[in-house]
Ligand binder design. Structure first.
Ligand code: DAH
Length: 418
């Protein structure tokens, strides 16, 4: 008799109590043995139902099948991730799953019970698979929705949020000046920023008692062993030591320019920086005169301000040049007009008409001698100028601090040259 009910309920109860009851008489019970027939994968064929034991087939009872099914559905429902669902599938639909093992025992039932048991177990297994499939789809949907949220890309955002960088205006000015000289056959030479005093001062004919050596101007480097006393090293106060380094290492004739950073013990204000840039020029050859120096100076003024501005030299003093001069150029803003009586004042040249831009001179023979060069055969000229100052003049910048503030609104005005 069939009893109505959910999958697996009732049907086998009838078989075990009634059908089994009659069969027990014909086939006396014997101890159950787990034979290969009962192990999935090892079974060669289903066993004929000659001898069976109700105990052996309790796995097929409606209660057991129901329980296995309920366990499976609970585990599937509880699986919160695809991995957990995989575990649940292996446990409840895998080779060792209770329902699979139960199905393996169907062969031990009498023929009349097999169909019922088969349907019961089959229905339970199908229900498990359906539940797994449903849960699988649901978890995949959840995962996909999650991915859409976590990996969301807003295609409407601006795509280029890191603007391309650009060279600093000071670097551009230094390069532009160096390029002018490179085009005339000069080489670019570099030297260290922590420099030996001998290069920075002695070899340049700057005597030990020269005011430039004093603590107020020069940043001295401490001894590496931490002991007090002089280390013989300074942060270079100008790019002129590169003259010495070039003269000692390069063959003559020599034409070099050396842009670079220099250091002075100065407070930062509108016109001074403790760290700034200079560019040095040095030419040593046979027969060089101040006329060559004048030509070189005119070349960089033309490069920086455009051709047509006059330059002039006035006597000055630098220990490493003899004679020495300071270079001025005609004011590029008022062109000297502000000097005339009744004219508008000029802020750029302070109505002087001329602007000082560099120091220069003929290389002092003592410098040549310090570098082992015969001053009777060779002569040379040198010049040095501050790059920030040149940039400020060329672009009408009033505050030298603008060059170090790092405000891109300042730098951007110079273009995005890379
Ligand atoms: N080194 C000098 C300074 O820092 C500038 C200078 C003057 C460089 C005359 C030169 C030169 O090469 O000839 O003030």
């Amino acid at each position: 008799m069939r009893t109505a009910g959910p999958v697996g309920s009732g049907v086998l109860d009838a078989v075990t109590t009634r059908t089994f009851g009659t069969t027990i008489d014909r086939n006396p019970p014997r101890a159950f043995q787990l034979t290969d027939d009962l192990i999935p994968g090892k079974r060669t064929m289903s066993a004929p139902n000659k001898n069976y034991d109700p105990v052996a087939v309790t796995a097929l009872s409606a209660a057991e099948v129901d329980r296995a099914l309920a366990d499976a559905l609970a585990a599937i429902g509880a699986a919160a991730t695809l991995d957990e669902l995989k575990e649940a599938r292996l446990a409840h639909d895998g080779d060792r799953a209770p329902l699979r093992l139960a199905r393996a025992e169907i062969g031990a039932l009498p023929p009349e019970a097999k169909a019922e048991a088969g349907r019961r177990v089959g229905a339970a297994m199908a229900a498990v698979r359906d539940a797994i499939g449903e849960r699988q789809r649901q978890l995949e949907r959840d995962r996909d929705e999650q991915v859409l949220v976590t990996e969301r890309v807003d295609v409407t955002l601006p795509f280029d949020r890191t603007p391309a960088g650009a060279r600093h205006p000071v670097t551009m000015t230094a390069d532009r000046l160096a390029d002018v000289f490179v085009a005339m056959g000069y080489e670019v030479a570099e030297g260290p920023e922590a420099e030996a005093e001998w290069y920075n001062f002695d070899a340049l004919n700057i005597p030990p008692d020269h005011p430039a050596r004093e603590m107020q101007d020069t940043l001295f480097v401490a001894r590496p062993d931490g002991e007090p006393g002089p280390s013989g090293m300074v942060l270079r106060t100008h790019t002129s030591p590169v003259q010495i380094r070039s003269l000692l290492t390069r063959p003559l004739p020599l034409y070099v320019v050396s842009p670079g950073k220099v250091y002075r013990n100065e407070a930062l204000d509108a016109t001074h920086l403790p760290v700034f840039y200079q560019i040095e020029g040095l030419a040593v050859d046979e027969g060089l005169t101040m006329a060559d120096l004048r030509g070189a100076i005119q070349a960089f003024v033309d490069a920086l301000f455009g051709a047509g501005l006059r330059t002039r030299l006035r006597p000055d003093y630098f220990p490493f040049t003899e004679p020495s001069g300071d270079v001025s150029m005609e004011c590029h803003v008022c062109r000297g007009e502000s000097v005339k009586p009744g004219a508008d004042p000029c802020r750029t040249c302070r109505s002087m008409g001329w602007i000082e831009i560099a120091g220069c001179g003929m290389v002092n023979p003592r410098v040549l001698v310090a570098c082992g060069i015969d001053p009777d055969r060779y002569s040379g000229f040198a010049f040095g100028l501050g790059i920030e100052r040149a940039l400020m003049l060329a672009h009408g910048v009033n505050e030298i601090r603008d060059t170090v503030d790092g405000d891109v609104r300042f730098s951007r005005a110079f273009g995005m040259e890379i």
